[in-house]
Design a protein around this ligand. Structure first.
Ligand SMILES: Cc1cc2nc3c(=O)[nH]c(=O)nc-3n(C[C@H](O)[C@H](O)[C@H](O)COP(=O)(O)OP(=O)(O)OC[C@H]3O[C@@H](n4cnc5c(N)ncnc54)[C@H](O)[C@@H]3O)c2cc1C
Length: 350
């Protein structure tokens, strides 16, 4: 019999709740307390906490504290940290797992160990190389990071007719070299996910999020060479605290439900997803090939998200935690395809 540990249940392959053999689920969804000390910039976060809850609770305490937490608000902290944890703050503050300073873990004998009693090797092993290998992690102690207030976020939508290919092509040359405070990612899709009801994209949606005010925006203007784009960026910017901006982007993503903490839930979507690391710049012909794929029947609902690496990610050693995808990676890509129902019945856990 196997044991499956589940925090938020967001594993792409369902590793926390699927098995070929008989298994037991250790479900941590009720372990979700968050204790924040805003004076020492430290928090203890239990594994069943959702990443959006962490944003929300930090925002309640401080406008200038944050944590490198995912854009999606419904991921379990337990699995998120176990895989490293990519966020809009990664160029400035690394991965979530880089900011863990202690943890409590139940080992195979049922002992609860902290960093001191588990030793540095086991602590290192639990820090970003994947979950469920070395025990069940209960809470983690994390360093909160300091962010300016207010920060600016924006979304810009562009279709192919509006020269999106050129824009995305240029973006990949500069996004991983931006000042560390500026994070701009690209979301390619054949479906309209923008907030403007009159907008009807034929293919590409360019979405972006930025962590600073006008100065970095001025810097990107000459590089993109698009005064019109710059004007629109400024117009669509709005100032907010960073922790709340996590909530706001989630708000857009989940049709407003994230605005009320108590009704967050896992959306009932069935999808296939995978991540890749982009090490070489994609040529314009390559982007055009990608766009063609979106017109294929099975890719109608697909989305590709490209998040820039660089910044602090280039400076940290590949072995500081068990997460080797550091210098040499230009972006991380996530490809999603949303389906309507389960492909096959999955075996049930106990
Ligand atoms: C919609 C969506 C958006 C995403 N966005 C991002 C993103 O922005 N950034 C990012 O970095 N990743 C993102 N991911 C990937 C996500 O971070 C990982 O899939 C993560 O492992 C999910 O954690 P979970 O606790 O929700 O999942 P679970 O399925 O509960 O767990 C994932 C794995 O970790 C193990 N595990 C869980 N909890 C523990 C624990 N307490 N102790 C030991 N092992 C444990 C599980 O057994 C399983 O192997 C996204 C995934 C989805 C589905």
């Amino acid at each position: 019999m196997q044991i499956r540990v589940r925090s938020g249940g967001h594993d792409y392959d369902g590793l926390s709740y699927v098995s070929e053999v008989l298994f037991v689920i250790v479900d941590l969804k009720n372990l979700r307390s968050i204790t924040i000390n805003a004076e020492s910039n430290i928090a203890w976060v239990e594994s069943g906490t959702l990443t959006g809850e962490l944003y929300y609770r930090i925002a309640e305490k401080s406008k200038t504290l944050a944590f490198p937490t995912s854009v999606c608000p419904t991921i379990g902290v337990g699995g998120y940290f176990s895989g490293g944890g990519n966020s809009a703050l990664l160029q400035k503050y690394d991965l979530a797992a880089d900011n863990v300073i202690d943890a409590r873990i139940i080992d195979v004998n049922g002992n609860i160990l902290d960093r001191k009693s588990m030793g540095e090797d086991l602590f290192w092993a639990n820090g970003g190389g994947g979950g469920a290998s070395f025990g069940v992690i209960l809470p983690r102690k994390v360093k909160l990071v300091i962010v300016p207030y207010p920060v600016t976020i924006f979304t810009l939508d562009r279709t192919l007719e509006q020269n999106a290919t050129n824009l995305v092509h240029k973006w990949q040359y500069i996004a991983h070299k931006f000042p560390q405070e500026l994070f701009i990612r690209v979301l390619d899709s054949n479906i309209c996910v923008c907030s403007d009801p009159d907008f009807d994209p034929s293919l590409v949606v360019f979405r972006a999020r930025v962590g600073n005010l006008s100065k970095p925006l001025i810097r990107i203007k000459p590089e993109l060479g698009l005064p019109e784009l710059y004007r629109k960026l400024i117009l669509s910017c709005f100032a907010t605290s960073l922790s709340m901006s996590g909530v706001k982007s989630s708000y857009t993503a989940y049709g407003g439900r994230a605005a009320r903490l108590e009704i967050w839930g896992v959306p009932m979507l069935y999808f296939k997803a995978k991540s890749d690391y982009v090490k070489e710049l994609i040529l314009v012909t390559g982007w055009k090939k990608i766009w063609k794929k979106f017109y294929e029947e099975e890719a109608k609902t697909a989305q590709m998200i490209f998040s820039p690496y660089g910044g602090k990610m280039d400076e940290i050693s590949k072995s500081s935690i068990p997460f080797p995808h550091r210098v040499g990676n230009i972006t991380k890509s996530n490809t999603w395809c949303i389906g309507k129902k389960k492909e096959k019945k999955l075996p049930k856990g106990i």
